[in-house]
Ligand binder design. Structure first.
Ligand code: GLC
Length: 459
């Protein structure tokens, strides 16, 4: 299926405070149903001081008032289910906000040291901050203290969280930053790097072999505890590791995000290698999200249709980030996120008015270009996304990498071929029959694939 990522803050405001909320999401379910997606993933909605916009949770079993109430949440789940949409939440098990009561009441829930080691935070800089006499670990911002998953009470507390929302009808979780769950119990320094990490990391992390600060060899025990609490709910892991290291995570999670694809340049051989590197049938394909930017900006608006075609014709689970269905690009951003990610998080553009139909108030981030791109006006990309999602069940289960060079990416899906031209000249399409769906009309006519285009064709 296709899962649709909702960055709640920026999706739809219902009360005029300029910040998206759960009632707003509920009012836009028809859009998701019309797209044909099978699930929605809600970015974190729990009470939070919002230093990392909800990824710094201060209460795991409540809803932040800025997003609504538990009652609003229940109503949203029911309304989504009525439309056949599954609901995935964002589970943030690795760290809490330093304002979570646990941080003062249960210091044993966290990772402490007398002196910091050399571990770096995901955003650059040391992963340790001082609190009183001691130092606590934070793999991300200093406001996000790492939980100690070697403390069985932490494990049980998080299992309760998992069960709490499942009992309210949630269908699964996107599990945040899970490669950071268990680290070296002796807190040994990361040794110097001898080879590139394999995914983009800040400069100070790149100088280190990131072997002790994450991905401990016994990660399976923590994952098993998550799976035990989740039963057969869907678990999609955010594991920020190169694909050869993903295996232990697959023993307990259903699917893992394809970060090599998310970071690939618009180049047939890079895209092909990233796709082939993911474990068979267990990828959660993704080209865009709230952390790493929008596909229309990274690949260029002229490639957005072909990129959507690629994303939505890959087998298994594909994640579509809100706004990508109208080709929304990045904006100027703001001064909220210190890691510079505001520019990927501008509000959704529902109509051509200056506030894009997102809010009646002052939006927390300005709209990018609602007059040019919005849901109400429709657009070729919007139609294409709908058609692709409708076509998806007819594509074969198997994925075969047929060709990935010279600007041509050719994938086999049963009796269909998926062809993408990442270059700026037309390319011959050998072995291709009639086009079934094209990123633009005539893209695959006359045995050639137009530049910047993609097509699904019969073999
Ligand atoms: C994940 C989230 C990101 C957040 C980080 C820390 O990578 O996607 O937004 O900053 O985890 O929770």
């Amino acid at each position: 299926m296709v899962a649709y990522q909702i960055y709640v803050r920026s999706f739809q405001d219902s009360d005029g405070d300029g910040i998206g909320d759960l009632r707003g999401v509920g009012s836009r379910l028809d859009h998701l149903a019309a797209l044909g997606v099978g699930a929605l993933w809600l970015s974190p909605i729990h009470p939070s001081p919002m230093h990392d916009f909800g990824y710094d949770v201060s209460d795991y079993t409540a809803v932040d008032p800025v997003f609504g109430t538990l009652g609003d949440f229940d109503a949203l789940v029911e309304a989504a289910h009525d439309r056949g949409l599954k609901v995935l939440m964002d589970l943030v098990p690795c760290h809490t906000s330093v304002e979570h009561p646990w941080f003062t009441e249960r210091p044993d829930f966290y990772v402490w040291a007398d002196e910091p080691n050399n571990w770096r935070s995901a955003f650059g800089g040391p992963a340790w901050s001082r609190h009183g006499e001691h130092w606590y670990l934070h793999s991300f911002y200093p406001e996000q203290a790492d939980l100690d998953w070697r403390n069985i009470e932490v494990v049980h507390a998080m299992q309760e969280v998992i069960r709490f929302w499942l009992a309210r009808g949630v269908d699964g979780y996107r599990v945040d930053a899970i490669d950071r769950l268990l680290k070296d119990p002796g807190l040994r320094d990361d040794p110097p790097a001898t080879a590139p990490f394999g995914l983009p990391v800040p400069e100070d992390s790149a100088a280190l072999a990131l072997t002790h600060s994450r991905n401990a060899p016994d990660i399976g025990t923590a994952l098993a505890a998550i799976r035990e609490a989740a039963g057969d709910a869907l678990l999609v892991g955010e594991v920020y590791l190169p694909s050869p290291l993903l295996k232990p995570y697959l023993e307990h999670l259903d699917a893992l995000f394809s970060f090599e694809l998310l970071h690939a340049r618009w180049d047939a051989s890079e895209l092909g290698a990233a796709i082939a590197g993911m474990p068979d049938g267990r990828a959660a394909w993704v080209l865009s999200n709230h952390d790493f930017g929008r596909l229309a900006t990274r690949f260029g608006h002229h490639n957005a249709g072909a990129a959507a075609l690629l994303l939505l014709t890959l087998p298994g689970l594909s994640f579509l980030y809100q706004g990508d269905e109208i080709g929304l690009g990045e904006g100027p951003g703001g001064r909220h996120d210190r890691a510079g990610r505001d520019r990927y998080r501008h509000p959704m553009q529902w109509d051509a008015t200056p506030r894009g139909g997102f809010t009646t108030g002052t939006p927390w981030l300005p709209l990018v270009d609602p007059a040019e791109r919005n849901v109400a006006a429709g657009s070729p990309t919007l139609r294409l996304v709908r058609d692709l999602i409708a076509l998806r069940p007819r594509l074969g289960d198997e994925l075969e990498l047929v060709e990935a060079e010279g600007g041509l990416l050719l994938l086999g899906r049963g009796e269909h071929l998926i062809a993408v031209n990442t270059g700026d000249t037309p390319l011959p399409l050998r072995g291709a029959g009639d086009p079934v769906l094209e990123s633009e009309p005539g893209a695959a006519a006359g045995g050639r694939l137009a530049a910047h285009a993609g097509a699904v064709v019969k073999r």
